[in-house]
Write a protein that binds this ligand. Structure first.
Ligand code: S3P
Length: 441
């Protein structure tokens, strides 16, 4: 599906963003780690990635059904069963990497497969620590990529893993394997260079698991099963980021976004926007299912460039493409460093972001580990037809940039947004103004 994006006259209104993708994955995948019982998930993501996790757990005998549009009833059986077929993880790295850790300790032989993009993403980062723990995990084609084969192992042991990567997927994979090691005296410790998103740790704690977090060192005991408990999932700050950025850069905008997750490991994009001078007000902060939630009010703002590096990167890794869009319209230069893992996302996001923004007329230079962006632009030329490289976030970032182009742009295969945000276009249409209104006095 091609989508044509025209220059925006302003964004005004109040919206609610769909469910957090990372928490949705965990809320359903953790059914494979629970005692027998029933629980409800309120506001589960209907993006294709989370449906991959939902379909995966069903293959093991978990009964999970939608009751209403976004709520799930999940029945965890006393015994899981071995799946009769390979587990298809679609486009979802989180499904594959978390499942790898969960399944190592189950005593089944399982194959995890993915689509073309997922089959090209690195899996050594999970295969290596799991095998150090005594698991039997390998890449079917011996290339450290999917499909991954997991065979039963009777000698799992806890390890101390000093990770070079600050990756929540790798951290979760190791911890989820470690908590199932039969011997409850076994300890698994994961040390990360910088804190990555901590939804796994929060949800384990919420479901009565025993986990200890000491800055970047997370320790978990073996022999644990989680307790089925109802989980309410807030809106996704990574999805909200497209609306926040759009309201900041499109003149005459004023929006309110309700119910988004803003825990300290996910709020990097908000902190960077605030540092750039953004008019963002955070209100109504409260805690739901051990996650911090809030509403935000955003107004068009005069922004200035910034430098983003090191420990800030894991806190906004998925928001870097939309940060690049925003930086084009900030005064001065923005430099993004230490983000080389962008090359390993759904596509190489350094190349894809550079190609699309520069084709629209943005002054952006790709580097080995990020970008240099020359800001100060009032609008871009546009008048181009863009690929989204099978990447939902490249599609949505390009769309927001299109709102600031003098001439309309076309984005091809826009249906890739369905991976995380099927309602993206309809939600934008509710806040787009048909004529100029000056709201930003
Ligand atoms: C995720 C972690 C991040 C992020 C991905 C979701 C998660 O990946 O990019 O979209 O839910 O754990 P890494 O952990 O590989 O950085």
């Amino acid at each position: 599906m091609d989508v044509v994006v025209k220059k925006s006259k302003g964004l005004i209104g109040e919206i609610e963003i769909p469910s957090d993708k990372s928490i949705s994955h965990r809320a359903i995948l953790f059914s494979l780690l629970m005692k027998e019982g029933t629980y409800y998930i309120k506001n589960f993501s209907n993006g294709e990635d989370c449906l991959s996790s939902l379909n995966a757990v069903k293959l093991f005998g978990v009964d999970a059904q939608f009751i209403g549009k976004n709520d799930l009833k999940v029945i965890v059986p006393a015994q899981l069963k071995s799946p009769a077929q390979p587990v298809y993880c679609g486009n979802s790295g989180t499904t594959m990497r978390l499942l790898a850790g969960i399944l190592c300790a189950k005593g089944f032989e399982v194959v995890l497969e993915g689509d073309l993009s997922l089959s090209n993403r690195p899996m050594k980062r999970v295969i290596e620590p799991l095998n150090q723990m005594g698991a039997n995990v390998s890449s079917l084609n011996n290339n450290d990529k999917a499909p991954i084969v997991i065979k039963p192992s009777s000698h799992l042991k806890g390890i101390i893993y000093n990770s070079k990567l600050a990756s929540a997927q790798v951290k979760s994979c190791v911890l989820l394997c470690g908590m199932q090691i039969e011997n409850s005296a076994s300890i698994t410790k994961f040390i990360e260079p910088f804190s990555s998103r901590d939804h796994t740790e929060r949800l384990i704690e919420f479901l009565n698991g025993d986990i200890n977090v000491n800055n970047n060192e997370i320790t978990i005991k073996g022999g644990q099963k989680l307790t089925p408990k109802d989980i309410a999932i807030p809106g996704d700050v990574s999805s909200a980021a497209f609306f926040i950025a759009a309201a900041l850069i499109v003149p005459n905008s004023h929006i309110k976004i309700k119910n988004i997750n803003l825990n300290s490991t996910r709020r990097g994009i908000i902190d960077v926007f605030l540092r750039m001078g953004a008019k963002i007000e955070i209100i109504n902060q409260h805690v739901v299912s051990n996650e911090e939630v809030c509403d935000v009010i955003v107004k068009s703002s005069k922004l200035k460039g910034t430098i983003v590096e090191k420990e800030e990167i894991p806190k906004l890794i998925d928001e870097i493409p939309i940060l690049c869009v925003t930086a084009l319209f900030a005064d001065g230069k923005t430099i993004i460093k230490d983000a080389q893992d962008l090359k390993n996302k759904e596509t190489d996001r350094i190349i894809a972001t550079y190609k699309n923004l520069s084709q629209m007329g943005g002054k952006i230079t790709p580097t080995d580990d990020g970008f240099i962006i020359e800001g100060g632009q009032k609008e871009l030329q546009g008048n181009v037809s863009l690929e989204c490289y099978h990447d939902h976030r490249i599609a949505m970032s390009s769309y927001v940039c299109g709102l600031m182009c003098q001439n309309a742009i076309t984005i091809k295969e826009f249906e890739w947004v369905n991976i995380s945000f099927p309602a993206f276009l309809s939600l934008f249409n509710t806040i787009k103004q048909k004529e100029h209104k000056n709201v930003n006095k």
